[in-house]
Each structure stands twice: as C-alpha cells, then as structure tokens.
Design a binder for this molecule. Structure first.
Ligand SMILES: [Zn+2]
Length: 679
C-alpha cells in the first residue's frame, strides 16, 4: 500500500488514482501514526514548548484531516456505492479519534503544564490564542472533570446522540409517510405547470393515478404559494406543522428529554445554560447577548410586521370584498404572492439572459480584483475529478501565487445538492513565506443547453458570489497557525466574508462589470434592475420575524427554560412563535417536533440559530462602509482584506470586526437594506 494516493499531503491531488479500496487502509494507517504521535507528545517529561505540544499535534493530525477531506469531497461530487460504503466505514473511527483527543489525560497534562509555564506568556499572540482556545475546548469536552464527572458526561453524550438520532429518524419517516394524492386536476387551479408536472410524475412513480404531493419543500412550497384551493393548502400546512407528533414517530416526548440533557451537560461543565456552553467560543459569547440581539431586531421590526399583515388583509379584501375573512396561517404565502405580483409586476426570469455563467465567474474575479488587487488565471497543472471542473490560480498584486482552486458548477447524478466551499489545504505563513492554499467551490446551477450558455437566475448569481466569498476568506488567509487560518472561525462570524459578497450583485456599478445580455451584449435595463431592487424588500418584516421566532424559541429553550418547571416544550414553543406569526397559531401547532436544525443532532444549530441573523447584521453593516466610502474603494477593500480576510481566527472576531469598522456591529444597515425603519 505504499502507493496509496491518500497517504501523502500534496498540492496536486491525483483524483483519478483514488479508489474506494484506498480509503480504509489509508485511514487506518493515518490513525495509527496520529495516535503514535499523540502518545509521543504526551510522554515528554521536559518542560513543554508550543512546538512539541500544540505544534506537534497539528502536524500529527494534518495527514488524516487531508485524506478525510479528499474522501469526503469525492463522496460529495463523484460518489458511487463503493466510495460511500468506504467513507461510511471509516467515519466512526475518525469521529472516535477526534472526540478522544480532549479526554487524553497525558495530552491534557502537557497542555496544562504549557499553559501555566513562563513559556506561555512569551508566545506570540496567535500561538497564545491557539493555546487558550485549545485549553478551553478541552475543558468544554470534559478534560478537567473528576473521573465520575467524565463518566456522567459520557452518559449524557451517549443519550443525547441516541435521542437526537431518533428525533431525526422520526422527522424523516413521518415526512416520507405523508402524501396527498389529488385525482381531480381542477382542484389544482393556480399551481404552476412545473409543480403540477412534478406531482404527476411523483404519483406515477408510486404507481398511482393523479397528482401526488409530499411534505418535501419542492412539493410543499408551490402549493402554499400558488394553489387556489384553501382546503388543500390547509391540509398540507397542518401536516407540515404537526409532523412527527403521532405514533410511531412521536417526537414530543423526546423534546423535554433532549432539552433537559443539554441543561445537565452545561451544568456539569460549569456553564449556566446550554446556550452559554455553545456560545463560549462564538462571537456572541453568551446566551444573554444573543437574546438581547434578537430582542433588539424584534422590537425594531414589530410595527412594520403588523403593518404588513394589515396591508395583506386589506389586499385580500380588495380582491374578495370587505367581508373576506382574516388570514389563516395557510393563506399567508398565497395572498402574499398575489400581492407581490400586483405590486411589482416583476418576472425574475427576465434577468436570466444577463447572467451567463462564464460572465458571472469573470464578474466575481473583477469584483475581487477591484477590492483586493488580486488577479485570477487558469491553472493547468491540477488534475480534476470531472471534465466540467475548471481550475484557476489566484495571484497577489506582486505576482505571488496565493493559491489555486477548482470550480465545479453543474449538477450531476453523482453529486450532492446545494453549493459549498471546501478548503482542501490551508496554507500557513512560515519564515520562508506563505504556503499556497488549495480550495474549491461547488454549485448546482442551471446547466447550459445546446447552443446556449448556462444562464443563471439572480439567486444563483448570489450563490456563486457567496461561495466565492468563503473561498476568498480561505485563499487570502495569512496566519501562522494552520488551524486558526481561513474559514476556521466562529460560526456566527464565518458567513460575514461570504454574505458580504452578495451585496455587489445588487449594485448597478458592480453588475455592469459582468451582467450582459448573452445575445445582445446590453447591460441590465434600468426598469428591470429597479424592479428587482424594489421587490427585494417585499414583506421583509415578515421574513425577519419568522427567522427571529425560530431564534427566540431556540434561545429560550436553551437558556432559562426548564422542562421540569416550565412544562411542555411544544406548548412553550407555540406560545413564543405566536408573537412572530402573521396569523393565529392553532393549539395543536407543533413545528418544534419537526425542527431538525435544533434537535436532529446532539448540538447542530441548537442555541445557534441566531447566527444566520447575526451574520446578516455583520455583512450589512460591513458593506455599509463600502456604500459610504465607495463600492470599490481600494482603501476599504484593503482594510477588509487585512483586518478580516487575512486574519482567520488569529484574533477574537469581535476585535477583528472593530478593526475594520472602528466600532461594534450596528443593526441599522440591515434594517435599511430590508426597507425597514432604522432610526
Ligand atoms: Zn455560507
């Protein structure tokens, strides 16, 4: 197995040579050598240094992380049953290895010795932060607990894993078990042809006549948005919001136990709440801070939210007469869509001809060039995993190669859904210079047709810009510690570099760099761009409140809430959501029983749902400096690059942000961008 291509960390990854049968032997060998290295690090008896503890630990785990990164990547973009089986076979071993590190007593003793030694005080700030963060992380994983505490922690973790897995299975099974088959086509009035056709094919695939609807989003959302028959909308809304509340998939009894176990875990580790435990290494730092953040946005949005519902009801009564009833929850999306069309007469599809994929990629390059001075060139030396994949290098102003990356834009049967960035190799700043970074962007945008380039819709353009924002965060990183480089930052900070890029997709000055009609070469006509910008803020308060409701439920359940004292989680969640709902929620409403973000994993998004909004506040506020000082101001671009993009996690993100903005984040630019009152 000496020629196993997964054993060597290298820039030119020989994707074509990697076979499923390489995976397990490589991972076994890399696990053995990493474990041996950890034993060596732990066995030292001299006064520990940074290099022979944390430095050595990073070196020891890199080959394993690199190999797992490549296998995971191939499993995402070019999978088959053999590769999936090989990947699934090694994942538990690697997870067990990672979770055992903070509980390794010898290693913990060495780290504690280093932390309390004079050498720790002499470390440069980045290495000192690496040490402090690692010590904190070990503690949060129980390194400092007495033996009985460690056993108790393990018991809680096993039970949390069991219950959250069960919760996830219930959601999946309950979702898959539900269907609605409509045999009379006349009942489907209002539904777009594409959704009807999908429903017809879905019925056909199940050997049924008619049209089959499910609780999966692509089936559910068009029904709630377009279908005229309120009875069908009501049935689907009910099914969706009472999902996993009946045997044999009843999640309601699990919820109290999961919340209680998380409370117990936090207490055991010395935290007041599960939110405080989870947020200790996030930008928000503590549950109370996140709660205050959500409350501030809610207080500033509530009045506009009430107005939007009044306007929507007035709109309905214009359509149906003054005695038309108040809106039910299953009416809201339907009438809102009618109202949107009446107000804006804006067809998203009209933008598509202006967004040919090659031009969109040139557009991201042009924006990055104007902001950060970097340039992009095709990179010919890198093997890829598919002929559609393009490869580029990124050069700094002085011609230094900062790194290289792959772009894999189109869907394939062997590729997973969605869009993502993956940092395959994070380079370090060393005394002899910067090691180049290697990364990739994957997406699943609308493919080309014969004789026509791939034409993207605006949402897809934003997605490309978003993922390139993550990629730039990775490629422009200049840190001395690999694990603090690039996108290895706090969860509630990591979307700042990506989301900020989306803003340039809404500005004429930026769009004119690349958005050209693929046949005529003309730029986007002013009325079309104006309509796109106006439609952006339609019912923004309702969208904001919906997200804030999820944040509030999440934070409430993971801070003060005690199921032993406060009772039923489902009822508590309904009471909280009511404040954020555009229509009264019926008593049996149980969205929380199907809320996988919070309960399908031991941690997942629990206590962290606010991160979405937090990152939006950051990106809108940071972008506001560009709006004020120049969309392509080289000075602001350079400041963003030096203070945010190059820094990774080498300093506290709150400090990085302050360096860039000169103050703490302000929520008002997000409100303004959403068309909401900001003052
Ligand atoms: Zn992202």
């Amino acid at each position: 197995m000496t020629d196993n291509p997964l054993l060597q960390v290298r820039f030119e990854i020989p994707f074509a040579d990697i076979r499923p049968e390489h995976v397990e032997p490589a991972v076994d060998e890399l696990l053995a050598s990493a474990n041996a290295a950890i034993e060596r690090i732990s066995a030292g008896d001299a006064v520990p240094s940074y290099e022979d503890t944390l430095g050595a630990l990073e070196t020891a785990t890199l080959p394993l992380e690199f190999a797992m990164g490549i296998v995971g990547h191939l499993e995402s973009v070019a999978t088959d049953e053999h590769l999936r089986a090989a990947y699934n076979a090694v994942q538990p071993k690697v997870a067990a290895f990672s979770s055992a590190i903070p509980l390794h007593e010898g290693l913990w003793k060495r780290l504690e010795a280093l932390a309390s030694s004079p050498a720790a005080l002499a470390l440069d700030p980045t290495r000192k932060r690496h040490l402090d963060k690692t010590v904190d992380e070990f503690r949060r994983h129980g390194a400092d607990l007495p033996p009985a505490g460690k056993i108790e922690l393990q018991r809680i973790d096993v039970e949390l894993a069991t219950l959250t897995t069960k919760y996830a299975e219930h959601v999946l099974d309950a979702t898959n078990a539900w269907e609605l088959v409509v045999t009379q086509e006349s009942r489907l009035a209002g539904l777009p042809e594409s959704a009807k056709e999908a429903a017809r094919l879905s019925a056909q695939a199940k050997g049924k006549a008619g049209f089959r609807f499910t609780l999966q989003a692509p089936s559910l959302i068009p029904v709630m948005t377009y279908l005229d028959d309120p009875g069908i909308r009501r049935d689907m809304w009910w099914a969706s919001n009472t999902r996993a509340t009946a045997e044999p998939w009843d999640n309601r009894p699990l919820l109290g136990s999961i919340v209680e176990l998380r409370r117990a875990k936090a207490k055991l580790l010395g935290f007041a709440s599960f939110a405080d435990l989870v947020l200790a290494d996030r930008m928000a730092k503590a549950g109370a801070r996140a709660i205050a953040f959500v409350a501030e946005l809610r207080d500033r949005t509530e009045a506009a939210f009430a107005r939007e519902q009044a306007d929507l009801l007035a709109f309905r009564r214009e359509l149906e007469g003054p005695s038309a009833p108040a809106l039910e929850p299953w009416d809201v999306a339907y009438y809102a869509e009618k109202q949107r069309r009446a107000l804006f007469d804006f067809d998203e599809e009209a933008l598509r001809p202006y967004f040919a994929l090659p031009r969109v990629i040139e557009g991201v390059f042009a924006v990055a060039h104007q902001l950060y001075g970097v340039t992009f060139e095709p990179e010919t030396s890198l093997p890829t995993w598919h002929p559609d994949v393009q490869t580029y290098r990124i050069l700094d102003q002085d011609g230094t190669r900062l790194g290289a990356f792959y772009v894999d834009p189109f869907p394939r049967e062997t590729k997973r859904d969605g869009a993502w960035m993956n940092g395959l190799l994070t380079g370090r700043l060393t005394p002899s210079g910067l090691e180049p970074h290697l990364g990739l962007v994957c997406a699943n945008v609308t493919p080309a047709l014969p004789g026509r380039p791939a034409l993207l819709d605006h949402r897809e353009v934003e997605t490309i810009f978003h993922e390139f924002g993550h990629l730039l965060h990775h490629l422009l990183s200049r840190t001395t510690v690999r694990s603090l480089g690039g996108t290895n930052v706090a969860w509630d900070f990591v979307e700042l570099p990506s989301q900020i890029m989306e803003n340039w997709c809404w500005e004429r000055e930026a769009l004119d760099l690349f958005a050209r009609h693929h046949e005529t070469g003309e730029t986007i006509p002013e009325p079309l761009l104006a309509a796109m910008r106006r439609a952006r803020t339609f019912r923004a308060a309702s969208a904001m409140m919906r997200q804030l409701g999820f944040c509030d439920v999440d934070l409430t359940l993971h801070t003060a809430f005690d199921p032993m004292v406060d009772g039923d989680v489902v009822e508590a969640a309904r009471r909280i959501m009511q404040r954020y709902s555009p229509a009264p929620l019926p008593g049996a409403y149980a969205m929380i029983a199907g809320f996988g973000h919070l309960f399908a994993h031991p941690v997942g998004y629990a206590a962290a749902y606010y991160s979405y909004k937090w990152a939006e506040v950051l990106d809108a506020d940071a972008f506001d400096r560009f709006l004020q000082e120049g969309l392509f101001s080289p000075a602001v671009g350079d400041a963003f690059r030096r203070t945010i993009l190059e820094q990774g996690d080498s300093r506290d993100p709150a400090l990085l942000y302050r360096d860039f903005r000169g103050r703490d984040p302000d929520v008002r630019p997000l409100l303004r961008r959403s068309g909401l009152p900001a003052d």
